[in-house]
Every structure is written in structure tokens, then in C-alpha cells.
Design a protein. Sequence first.
Length: 356
Amino acid sequence: MMISYIPFLKYKSNEIIALGELDSSILEKITPFFDYPKPKGKPTPDQFKYSVDRLARSVNKHIGDISEIYIDTYDLSGEFEVEGQHSYLYLLESFSDISVIPVVSVDRSDNHLQTVLSLKEAKKLSSDSVAFRVTSDDFENYAVIEYDIVDRLNRLFEAFESIDLIFDCRFCSGLDVDKISKNISKFSDDFTSKYPVRRSIVSGSSVPASISDVLPVDSECFVNRKEVDIYRSVREKSEGIEFIFGDYATVSPNYSDVSLMPEIMQNIMTAKLVYAVNSQHYFIRGGSLKTKGREQYFDLASELCSKTFFRGASYSSGDKYFDEKSKREGSNCAPGTIVKPSVNSHITYVVQGGVI
């Protein structure tokens, strides 16, 4: 089955379960990309091991039949170690039956790169592909980073049969679509002329880390999904290269779990829902969780489900969840629990042709 979409997700329980609740016809058309999330405070090796082991069990339980996944440590310190070894080693070795595509880049530590190379040479990585992830500063000009690619990555690339080239625009609302798509197209041409590329992926997000950057409390709005515009522009500018669409679903690439006292969190956090509509995001925001409580999620869901663009309870398990909450069925929502249905609904919509 041809992969048509790469959802970029935080490597967390709700995101994994969201994938597990996808219809099998949807799941087989995606390859999820997981970023291990930036932890609260400074993690200890034991905390990291416990988290990785728990999440690996969740992957096996919920999406154990998936053919392959990407896993990266973009948000972790490049020198974080576990049992005297680079943390990426422990993360990659936590998977048993699933083919894991390792991720590298020019800005990764020598230990990160050596970990991938050593595992592949020891035949402990079953994937024949390695992912090369570049952000907007990296792919602005291929010639500028060509020396770093050759010097730091050539030997590693030679250990794999092919490379998945990932253009990660991350939070891209402020980017110039024409300029960034030209950079991607030119970089792709230069890179693929020298290396065996299996997939070329364009990803980004228009979901900010803070909802307050989009709209005030107790309001709703639409936001253009700049990542869709960039992807479409890249396809128009490129000849002979098939690009795959990627995005960060409904969670910002810049989101991280902040370490604050619970009472402070209740003061600053507000209820919100994010829903994809064509090439836009629909945002609806409530008020403070402390002053208005979690029951306001019922009202937000009711408002969402009253819209003509709501796709109905039968569309996905995520949409079914929203429909149930609009009827005030089941327990109250929370900022964490709303992630699962939101991600599930979003992925279903993208694969079903809602964007690409």
C-alpha cells in the first residue's frame, strides 16, 4: 500500500492510542513520525527508561501491526545518556517487531550519529532506510551545508539502501510560501542527484504553542494551514519527485510539558478544540479551567458539532467522541484526553482526501 501521509506526533500515550483507534484502511496509508517529548524538568536515566519502556509496550499493544515508524529525539539534549550510552540507543532498541526508521541531521551530536551507524553495522536495525530531517535554516541553501553532509553523514548514509528526505518547516505560519517552496524544490533536486532517496516529505504546522496567539478566550476562528499551501506549492515547482504530505496534526511542534504547580496550570490553561476544515484549522476556545471548569468542553463540542462542516459521528472514532461530548455523554474532558480524539479525527480527514 502506498503511503500517503506522515503525521508528526509527540511520542505519548494519547497519540499512540489515537493511531490504534484508526480504521485499518487509514492506518495502512500512514507512517507515523514520533518525537520523544521534551520532559518536565531535567530527566534522570531511570525516568527516561521507565517512560520509553511504557511507551514501547503501548506501541506493541495499539499499533503492533504497523509496518514501520520514525522515531526521533529532536527535543532532547544531544548528550543525554542512559547507562553510559547515548539515549537514542535505548530508544531505538526498545522496539522489537516493528521496523524503526532512525532519524539524523547535520545538527545532531556525534554520539547520536554514531549510535545509528553502530546499530546498523551490527545488524540491530532492520530498516533499510534512514531519515534525513532538515529544517528551514538547513534547506535554505544546499551548498551551505553540503560539506557537513559529506563530512558527517556520508558513511552513515552508505550503510543504508535509501534515505527518506524530510523537509520539516515546523511552526510555519510566518513563512513565505513561495520562498520556502523554492528552497525545498532546489534542495531536493540537489540532494536527490547525489543520494538514493526513497521518500521526500514536506511537513509543518500552523498550530501555535499557545492558543492565545490565535484567538482570545470564549471565541472561535479559522486559521489558514500554511503547511498545506507550502506542500501544494512544492508539488507545483518540482518535476519528477513525488512529495508526501506531513503535518503535526492538532498539536504544535513547539508544545512541551511545562513544569508548573497544578494551581498555576489551572489558572493559565483554557479549554480548546482544533478541527481541520479543508485547508484551514477551526479553533474554538473556552475560558480558564479554574474558573469555568472542565464541563465547558461539553459546550465547545456542542458548538463544533452544530457546524455544517462537522463530519458526523460515523466519520472516525474522534468525531464520535466529539458527538458524544456534545450530548454531554460520559465523563468531562481534559487538555490531555482531548488530544486522542483530535489527532484521530485529523489523521482520518487528511488520509480521506480532506487536504491533499
